[in-house]
Design a protein around this ligand. Structure first.
Ligand code: 5AD
Ligand code: SF4
Length: 459
């Protein structure tokens, strides 16, 4: 059956969709060249904000109306339970996040005239769900980059967040399994991995990720990074998302010692007001957050930090909002994602009055976006004249004469093609111009093109 997958939400969903694609291909199905050609459309949904959920459900509705066989997977399924069929009566199947491994079997039963199926999960880990193959699409950056889920679920209980309800308890995959998987990926040409977990620095805290070894729980993640750093062929290691509690001296030591571990951290702050942080149950103060930032920037002034911020949390006053603005300046974020507060059913904050008006949320959103635009430009301008090591991602979408890639800080770098670029190569780019979201530069000649050295004796 020809199928297409549409993915909404975070990298975790992107990773799960890749796994479903690989499982479907292994079961003999064929990815459709475009949506029109697909008989089956699978929609991987997000529920972190109401708007995100609406988008996925809306898309499912459109696909049903277009006469496709439609399956829904991901977080919205878990949140809605079987009510999802009330909302979408003609949906063919719905599968909760940890059950996606069953999709090929469900599709087979549909073909045999089976009934539409709902597969929930009880937030514990069914055997065999954690390790899944991925598809490598040749000729794109996805050929050399891979997401690797290391920590499932989340045991933090932030007041506004539905993720723990829909993604279940924390479970850390065994480290040895992850190391073996990344070695295998590297042998197949993968140059960059991004380790995924909702709060990835808690890796190994809830269950022992290193059974039979002397690695303590507190060291589980940093030891994993050190082991991955030794893998031949692998060039870059990223991980996301992080909580400041995990930004320990030992993590800073890993950044110092391990050249493959990229100096970029996505460290959601959510608010700069101690009062709001306490209400949210984030478990740190403004000062503790800034201390984590200082620790990383002391190591490397160009250490890239990105963040998430929520505006309009219940009771957020002008003063609270200004505290967020000033924290963002002090932290000097390289990029920031701003979200308008959206009450999610069943979360603690949903019981509070959503008392910041829509217009005021919008205003605060715009203010922070404008601040970040200016700040991003300022931070990027410091890099003009320097040379950045960039992993090549491919021709720019807007102008194929140009190529783009990313530096270790995840900054997008663009240059006029020299004609000898290869996806996945690490090259040096001299930065000539800065924008808020991109750097422009010139590619330094490839070392491979240099004339071979004459014998050192003739020097
Ligand atoms: N409303 C608005 N934003 C939210 N986020 C999580 N839950 C909510 C919510 N209820 C944001 C947080 C998180 C990001 C993934 O989404 O900033 O870091
Ligand atoms: Fe949500 Fe907090 Fe878990 Fe992040 S760490 S997913 S904000 S509960």
């Amino acid at each position: 059956m020809k199928f297409a997958i549409h993915t909404y939400g975070c990298q975790m969903n992107v990773r799960d969709s890749e796994a479903v694609e690989a499982l479907m291909v292994a079961a003999g199905h064929e990815p459709a060249a475009n949506e029109g050609e697909a008989e089956l459309v699978i929609i991987n949904s997000c529920t972190v904000r109401q708007k995100a959920e609406e988008k996925a459900l809306g898309k499912a509705g459109n696909m049903i109306a277009a006469g496709k066989t439609v399956g829904l997977m991901g977080c919205a399924v878990k949140r809605m339970g079987e009510d999802v069929f009330r909302r979408l009566p003609k949906l063919d199947f719905a599968v909760a996040p940890r059950m996606f491994g069953a999709i090929p079997r469900i599709v087979a039963s549909l073909k045999d005239g089976g009934e539409r199926l709902f597969l929930g999960d009880d937030n514990t880990l069914p055997a065999g769900m954690d390790a899944h193959p991925t598809v490598r699409r040749s000729g794109t950056f996805a050929e050399v980059q891979s997401y690797v889920t290391v920590l499932l679920g989340c045991d933090n209980r932030c007041s506004y967040c539905i993720v723990p309800d829909v993604r279940g308890h924390e479970y850390s995959r065994p480290a040895k399994e992850i190391v073996a998987e990344v070695k295998c990926l590297a042998r197949r040409g993968v140059k960059e991995v991004c380790l995924l977990g909702q709060s990835v620095l808690r890796y190994g805290m809830r269950n022992d990720a290193w059974p039979g070894t002397d690695v303590s729980r507190a060291e589980a993640f940093t030891r994993l990074l050190r082991e991955l750093n030794e893998i031949d062929g692998l060039e870059r290691i990223r991980f996301t998302s992080a909580h400041p509690a995990g930004c320990t001296g030992e993590l800073a030591a890993v950044y110092r010692d391990c050249p493959k571990v990229c100096r970029h951290l996505h460290l959601p702050v959510q608010s700069g007001s101690d009062r709001v942080l306490r209400e949210m149950g984030r478990g740190y103060t403004r000062e503790e957050y800034l201390a984590a930032v200082r620790r990383l920037r002391e190591l490397d002034a160009e250490f890239a930090l990105t963040t998430d911020v929520i505006v309009g949390y219940p009771g957020e006053s002008d003063e609270d909002f200004e505290a967020t603005r000033s924290l963002m300046d002090e932290a000097g974020f390289d990029n920031a994602f701003i979200f308008k507060y959206s009450p999610r059913p069943g979360t603690r904050s949903a019981a509070l009055e959503d008392d910041v008006s829509k217009a005021e949320k919008e205003r605060r959103d715009q203010v922070l976006l404008a601040d970040q635009e200016r700040r991003g430009l300022e931070r990027n301008s410091r890099l003009v004249g320097t040379v950045r090591e960039v992993m090549l991602e491919g021709p720019s979408k807007r102008n194929p004469e140009r190529w783009s890639g990313r530096d270790g800080g995840n900054r997008i770098v663009v240059w006029d093609s020299a004609g000898d670029e290869r996806i996945g190569d690490l090259r040096r780019v001299r930065i000539t111009e800065a924008h808020a979201q991109t750097l422009i530069g010139t590619l330094e000649p490839s070392p491979r093109l240099r004339p071979t050295c004459t014998s050192p004796l003739t020097k």
